[in-house]
Design a protein around this ligand. Sequence first.
Ligand SMILES: *Cc1c(COP(=O)(O)O)cnc(C)c1O
Length: 442
Amino acid sequence: MELPAIVALADQHGRKATLAAVRAAVERIRARGAGAPARETSVESLVQEIGSILAGTPRRLRRVVNGTGVVIHTNLGRAPVAAIAASRAVELAASYSNLELDLATGRRGDRQSLLVDLLCRMTGAEAAMVVNNGAAAVLLGLAALCPRREVVVSRGEAIEIGGGFRIPEILRLSGARLVEVGTTNRTRVSDYLEACSDRTAAFLRVHQSNFRMEGFVQRPAVAELARAAHERGVLLLEDVGSGLVPPPTPAGAAEDRLSASSAAGVDLIFSSGDKLLGASQAGLVMGRGPLVEKMRRHPLARALRPDKLQLAVLEETLLCYEAPGRLAEIPVWRMLNSSPGELRARAERWALTLTARGVDAEVVPLEGAVGGGTTPGPALPSHGVLITTAQPGAARRLLLRGDPPVLCLERATGVAVDARCVLPEEEGVLLSALSAAFGGAA
Ligand SMILES: *Cc1c(COP(=O)(O)O)cnc(C)c1O
């Protein structure tokens, strides 16, 4: 540890990591045994070995190639954001910004007011705010608007999204009281009305994000529920989950709910930023001015506020939505709108390259998904390459340990990579990773 070369390494990598690398290198030398040639046990080679151990220390958070065909993959960080949005975040991360400074007056500003105009313009809402994520938006809304009062929820919508987000628990945590109405499969407007009393603050409607009920099912239309709520003088709140902003995509048409809900008279809408919207992690709140104002003034707002990088990405993504010519810059939008024909052509190119490099690859039809607790319904017909191998499980794990790691699909006869979610700039490294793992001749 006192050798000048090691001191220099400790300066770059930290004493603890360097000490661990020294121990690992010494262990390797011991394992090679006393008979190893002198050149392998010299101080220079030892220092070199320690240096390469340290240089190879992987970061915990790494770029991963998504070969699963699942567009919003929560394990993979949900939406990749537009390159332009990412570069805005980089620019603002490395400098000061006017996050809470009003440049017109020189006075203190409010980060919550930064994206209000954009969100209102897009959804037709009167007011808006941004918090850290979708769950935070629901929690803050209930805490600010319904404390110690009753909130009526359909039994079919008292759901769990995953990752511990359960509507009944969020309600309890917010200080509101849950009143469940209807049945799992059918809830009518009259069920909400019968539960309504002077203790009621709101009806809460929740998008059944990650499951679908079919058959003998019924839930009121949003506009109908809004009318009923307003007749009784209570609020209608809606957690739309994913909430794509128009123009709708073929795959996401059913998710085009923000403006629709706004137009139908919902008082307050909550939505996620990093699902179908394809932006940063964020919770969007859109609705009536006085309600949003109450949320902004609630003490929890400070605890749930978004940071400047989230806001930078969100702003740039929303601007892409406003310009039809820029929609294709949003990766999620592009992936959802890739036709099976385009995907097949891409997979054919990959198969040609891989075959030329000695990999046993062929084009296969696959089925992807929107994913991420968004639209549980339709599969996304897609194409990709299937690489034949005797041990698909081992092959899948091998690709995960590669650089970059590739997440693929395990099939009976091999592993498959769906073309939909592979970014264009990743094609080269993907094909190299696949050839390195499975290449024979070339
Ligand atoms: C995903 C989702 C949430 C949680 O949003 P996050 O941004 O993940 O916090 C809440 N409600 C619904 C209906 C969802 O689909």
